[in-house]
Design a protein around this ligand. Sequence first.
Ligand SMILES: [Zn+2]
Length: 152
Amino acid sequence: MSERYFPDEMPSPAVNAETAPWWEAAAHHHLVVQRCTECGTTRHPPGPVCPVCRSLRSQWHEVPGTGTVYTYTVVRQAFIPALADKLPYAVIAVELDDAGGARLVSNLVDAPATDAAVGMAVEVVWEDMGPELSVPRFRPAPGSQRRAARRA
Ligand SMILES: [Zn+2]
């Protein structure tokens, strides 16, 4: 089992036919993105139709699991009662490396929530929430805490 960051009482993801392959890859600690087979456009969250060329064909590609914090918020209220003793925690949107601009909403872990910053370099760490459910969280990447913002 992995290190645990959040309690079992966290709401479970709503898996559907489009997202099931993503969660199956995650259960094996593989971070993947869906890419259009016709034009190469990445889409996340996964969906049935390419927003660019309307193709129904797609494939899954594994990405390195590194990225940059695109934006974040620090949660200081227990909107989920089970998280009262986890406050404050950071919800981050990570722009994934080599993922065609795909962003993933997750949490910053292994660092104080107040360390979250736009441009922070992060890497995935898997939290096994159950035998078939692993959730990608992100911790500061070794070395540099920040990267130059790519969008000024
Ligand atoms: Zn396409």
